[in-house]
Ligand binder design. Structure first.
Ligand code: EPU
Length: 455
């Protein structure tokens, strides 16, 4: 923004900008360079892994996001001394891990799903674990049933009460044969973090093999664990008596990279994402190219841009790795509103992840969500017992709107839709986006977006 008052600033003054709200003046391409650091979905798990080490751990490239703060707070409740630097290096001293009062644990309730991963490490270190309410919902068996079944297989005794979930291991934790009903990322991490110090060998079938899982395995190996990744989603873990601390640079955030790539395409811009690597996002890059985006893989990052010409429609299915990630479909769908023709996105990982499209339709998009799927377009891989598809017909001109951000990825999509739209948008509940996108407001400014923000 220059010294003259921008259109977005004028609009902000007109609406009397409320906190946690951004006013965007759309239609301006995003151009420039930004840095993407460690993945939210790895760094937070690596922090939990530090609890297993008898000596201090050092994690580099830790993103400055609220999910990291939630996990840090919970580690501190258990006596872990956490030290961080401005460059994103965090040190975890686990010399005095101790039991915590439930009120201190409960202070972290409702903020994140990560606390469920404390079960194994706490059982090993303290002989018991108490888990607060996760992500705002009352804890029931359903969303964490794979986790609890796996923990029971190791010998944990699980009880539920008003004080969340309580776990003990009266006879210690023993290696187990576990087959997940679905290659769940979280449940695979649960098994890894528990099996590494359990007595004997654990065989995990139908495991998730996302790059974040591989990075967690690399960390655990540095700590002294013995883990082999076998063909066909089988992971073997030989339990050991003691683990040391680790020093590790977190894997880059693939979801953030895909989000900025979509932002470049949607706004007709050009963004260099420093820190992005090719191998872990090849599936995304293929789709990005098919839609009509251009990219150039460089030594220190990847440049994404709109090369001109019409965008093309695609049909995709979200899936577990190496498929197209569920977290990539939301920003991509904004680009598909500009493709010439009809695109179809099948969501196969979550039952209800198209809610954000309603706001896009209010902005002028033509998206129909089929809650029971499309009988004429069966999915390639039917892993779950639900069908869900979004049909996007383009190109449609987007115009500004008033939007309340529903969730992290949906919220980012609303931001980039507003940045590409004609006119002004007022987007509230923006803070939720900082759960997973580091320095989002600063990055928008760096890329030349025209906006005003009230934090
Ligand atoms: N599921 C169950 N029972 C369980 C566990 C999972 O039914 O006990 C179901 C879920 O309801 C879902 C499916 O299995 O339908 C997949 O869930 P998964 O366990 O793989 O997901 P997660 O570990 O909870 C992580 C990421 C998500 C990402 C998914 C899929 C973190 C903190 N979250 O979630 O990221 O979408 O894997 O890759 O790692 C995000 O970053 O915005 C985000 C939602």
């Amino acid at each position: 923004m220059n010294s003259l008052i921008s259109d977005a600033q004028k609009a902000g003054e007109r609406v009397g900008l409320k906190s946690d709200t951004i006013v965007i003046n759309g239609g301006k391409p995003l151009r420039g360079a930004i840095v993407v650091r460690g993945a939210k979905n790895l760094a937070t798990k690596a922090m939990v892994a530090a609890l297993l080490g008898e000596t201090p751990s050092v994690l580099r490239d830790v993103p400055d996001i609220s999910d990291v703060q939630v996990v840090r707070g919970l580690l501190e409740v258990y006596g872990v001394k956490v030290h961080d630097t401005a460059s994103g290096e965090m040190t975890f001293d686990t010399a005095k891990v101790e039991s915590a009062h439930f009120s201190d644990i409960d202070a972290h309730a409702g903020a994140s799903r990560i606390p469920i991963l404390f079960c194994g490490p706490l059982l090993h270190r303290l002989g018991e674990a108490r888990i607060p309410d996760l992500g705002g919902c009352r804890i029931g068996d359903r969303p964490i049933d794979f986790h609890l079944d796996a923990l029971r297989a190791f010998g944990a005794v699980v009880s539920k009460g008003v004080e969340g979930i309580h776990l003990t291991a009266p006879n210690g934790l023993k290696g187990a044969n576990i087959e997940l009903p679905y290659p769940s990322v979280g449940a695979t991490e649960q098994v890894l973090l528990t099996a590494v110090r359990a007595e004997g060998t654990t065989e995990l079938k139908n495991a998730a093999i996302e790059p974040e899982i591989m990075d967690l395995i690399a960390i655990l190996q540095k700590m002294g664990a013995i883990i082999s990744v076998e063909p066909n989603r089988v992971i073997l873990i030989e339990g050991v008596d003691r683990l040391e601390g680790y020093t590790h640079r977190a894997l880059f955030d693939r979801n953030e990279v895909a989000s900025w790539a979509a932002a470049a395409l949607v706004t007709g811009g050009d963004i260099f994402v420093q820190g992005a690597r090719q191998v872990e996002i090849m599936t995304f890059l293929n789709v990005f190219r098919k839609v009509g985006g251009a990219f150039d893989v460089q030594e220190t990052g990847i440049r994404f841009w709109h090369p001109g010409g019409n965008l093309k429609p695609v049909t995709i299915e979200t899936d577990v790795h190496p498929g197209f990630m569920t977290d990539w479909q939301q920003p991509l769908i904004v680009a598909l509103t500009q493709a010439h023709g009809t695109s179809i996105v099948h969501e196969t990982v979550y039952e209800n992840r198209f809610g954000f499209t309603e706001a896009l339709n209010e902005m002028g998009a033509n998206i129909t969500v089929h809650k029971s799927g499309l009988p004429d377009h069966p999915r390639r891989v039917a892993r779950r017992d639900f069908e869900q598809a979004a049909v996007i017909t383009g190109p449609t001109k987007l115009h500004g709107a008033n939007i309340y951000v529903p969730d992290l990825r949906g919220g980012f999509s609303h931001l980039i839709a507003a940045l590409s739209a004609e006119g002004q948008s007022v987007i509230s509940n923006v803070g939720i986006i900082s759960r997973g996108y580091e320095h989002i407001i600063e990055k928008l400014a760096q890329l030349g977006a025209d906006f005003v923000y009230e934090g």
